[in-house]
Design a binder for this molecule. Structure first.
Ligand code: MRU
Length: 354
């Protein structure tokens, strides 16, 4: 697969480097960002998107912004916390954003009272660790996912939980990329994913570039490919997993899960453990981002495709209940129902705090 990284730290320029995903698939433009405002804007407008990539971008972003603070340690702390709080408002649903920013602050706190230069070094190290871990986590997750499918299988995916949503490999698309490296051939059906077309613009783009047999469908065609017997497994990513195994993912995921149950097709959710929010008892507690009505009525069209002034409801994510999920694939292993027990067991087995 492509060696391009979706999100990276340019240590020389002390800049966050991303591919502007709003321009794909027509143009691969690289952006180099150094201010809190530009980094906030990049996350908010989906120039960088996908839960893991948002987290990594925020971590690197906090480091490159704080590296430019020149004040005494007291003022440094004030500005660091302000910047962290500001970046945390860029998008509300992906828990990785808050997880990564909290990790950065904890790393800084371990160097408290040793001067701002030491704290900057700690922030640099933590940003690099978060970046590196993302590659390793996605690779492991992909290996587990690959055990659930066989050569020639038809796979359906929704939105983009691929390499463009992480540093490399992706989550839901990681098994497909790894399988491809090993000479396996899957037939992948990609939901276009209205209204922002992450499936058409991003998943189809990265799968095709990797030589995967890729077929793009409109979201409302998913039942047809399932009914035709073309789909052996569904793989999606997620933005937040609640403690009971309910998940929030791109709008339309719940529809796919309901269809999968009807057609008896396994519905797999790929989630790095950084996406689990133990504070959320169930999916009802997950904040769902509401986005601009223009994304539905005007974006991508030459002329508006809805009457002026019509009411538009545009939630960016929906919640899929745990009952509809066959398994949640993490970097530590595959959790099967009951998720309220198995997710904890998987994390505790690794000796990690939950
Ligand atoms: O609005 P987006 O494009 O950030 O939504 C992305 C998704 O819903 C992904 O499926 C999810 O973040 C997982 S990415 C590995």
């Amino acid at each position: 697969m492509s060696e391009r990284m979706t999100v990276a730290l340019d240590e020389t320029a002390k800049a966050l480097v991303i591919i502007d995903q709003t321009l794909l698939p027509n143009e691969e433009r690289i952006l180099s960002l150094t201010t809190a405002e530009d980094i906030w804007q990049a996350i908010h407008t989906l120039q960088v998107r996908g839960a893991p990539a948002i987290g990594v971008a925020a971590a690197i972003g906090l480091y490159v912004v704080s590296w430019r603070f020149e004040e005494t340690e007291d003022i440094f702390w004030e500005k660091l916390r302000q910047t962290k709080d500001y970046l945390a408002t860029a998008r509300p649903t992906a828990v990785n954003l808050f997880w990564a920013l909290n990790r950065m602050i904890q790393a800084a706190e371990r160097e408290k009272n040793k001067g701002s230069e030491k704290i900057k070094l700690a922030l640099q190290q933590e940003a690099n660790t978060i970046w590196q871990e993302d590659i390793e986590v996605c690779h492991k997750l992909g290996e587990y996912g690959l055990t659930l499918i066989k050569d020639g299988d038809g796979i359906l995916t929704h939105c983009n939980a691929g390499s463009l949503a992480t540093v490399k490999y992706g989550t839901a698309l990681a098994p497909i990329h790894l399988g491809r490296e090993r000479g396996m051939n899957f037939k992948v059906y990609v939901d276009e994913t209205r209204p922002l077309l992450q499936g058409a613009r991003l998943s189809a783009y990265e799968l095709q570039a990797d030589g995967v047999d890729t077929t793009l469908i409109c979201d409302n065609m998913a039942s047809v490919v399932m009914k035709n017997g073309w789909i052996q497994a569904i793989f999606v990513g997620c933005d937040r997993v609640a403690a009971n195994g309910d998940i929030a993912n791109k709008i339309g995921t719940n529809t796919v899960a309901i269809l999968a149950q009807y057609y008896h097709i396994p519905f797999y959710v790929c989630a790095p453990t950084s996406t689990i929010d133990w504070q959320c008892a169930d999916g009802e507690a997950i904040v769902i981002e509401q986005r601009s009505p223009e994304e539905v009525s005007k974006m991508w069209y030459q002329k508006p495709m809805a009457p002026n002034g019509v009411n538009i409801f545009n939630p960016a994510f929906d919640v899929t209940k745990h009952e509809l999920i066959t398994a949640i694939i993490t970097e530590y292993g595959i959790a099967y129902p009951p998720f309220s027990e198995t997710l904890r067991q998987i994390v505790l087995k690794e000796g990690k705090q939950k």
